[in-house]
Design a protein around this ligand. Structure first.
Ligand SMILES: Nc1ncnc2c1ncn2[C@@H]1O[C@H](COP(=O)(O)OP(=O)(O)OP(=O)(O)O)[C@@H](O)[C@H]1O
Ligand SMILES: [Mg+2]
Length: 228
């Protein structure tokens, strides 16, 4: 699913965020990315959906080579990737239904088919009854669930989440984790950057630890491994 070999990223300001990354992730895995602030986690994650370009090295995602991928091919790559952000990034003027429908890539689909697919994912995240609400009328946890619904509406093979519980209270975070686990159980690969020791040490998964742009630890059913 994801294959990185000798990947480096130096930003235009001269900061080297990734310093020789070698990582392979298979279809269906659930992987946490942990490490101190500024370690390179977000850069690592952004590289996978071509939000940032590697300075050097090989990046393959879903059998596409990203180092020489043309810009016009980027939407094709992203079609199979759902992205969830810490700050949700919902469109404030659209309803819950519209936010999810907006992301649905359907060519000449009938409104009935669109409605069915959107309501299916809203049901999965437990928000069917709030389809007509706007984001401001929802709690943080509910907004994040809309963001997850939006990320999965196209049935992507991979969902990547950069600190999806970073702005949520512990109880709401567990609800979000439950949904991510359910999505993973259907065969979707999940890659999630997190600072939550509790989550990583409770819901045991593969843990990739990044420090100073390098993978310093990669363990099956690993631990968070840092204080705080
Ligand atoms: N667009 C950018 N331009 C220049 N430098 C950047 C850019 N984005 C990140 N960096 C730098 O790259 C390094 C890694 O940043 P990154 O955001 O990947 O870290 P992180 O592990 O996600 O940190 P956090 O846990 O705080 O989210 C940092 O030194 C950061 O300042
Ligand atoms: Mg980050």
């Amino acid at each position: 699913m994801i294959d990185m070999q000798g990947v480096y990223k130096t930003y235009p300001n001269g900061v080297t965020a990734l310093n020789g990354i070698d990582v392979k992730i298979d279809q269906g895995e659930f992987v946490y990315v942990v490490g101190p602030s500024g370690a390179g986690k977000s850069t690592f994650i952004k590289m996978i959906f071509r939000e940032v370009k590697p300075s050097k090295g090989i990046v393959r995602v879903n059998n596409m080579s990203l180092h020489n991928l043309k810009w016009k091919r980027v939407p094709y790559l992203r079609r199979n990737i759902g992205v969830v952000y810490q700050d949700f990034k919902l469109l404030p003027k659209l309803t819950v239904f519209e936010n999810v429908a907006f992301a649905l890539e359907v060519i000449e689909e009938t409104p009935k088919v669109v409605r069915k697919r959107v309501m299916e994912v809203l049901d999965l995240v437990g928000l069917k009854n709030k389809a007509r609400f706007i984001p401001d009328e929802l709690s943080g946890g509910e907004q994040q669930r809309v963001a997850i619904a939006r990320a999965i509406v196209n049935h992507p093979k991979l969902v990547i989440a950069d600190e999806p519980t970073g702005n949520l209270d512990p109880e709401t975070s567990w609800e979000i984790m439950k949904i991510l686990e359910e999505i993973n159980a259907t065969g979707t690969t999940i890659l999630m950057a997190t600072h939550s020791k509790e989550i990583v040490n409770t819901i045991k998964k593969r843990v990739i630890a990044i420090e100073d742009g390098m993978v310093v630890r990669d363990e099956h059913r690993g631990e968070y491994g840092y204080e705080i």
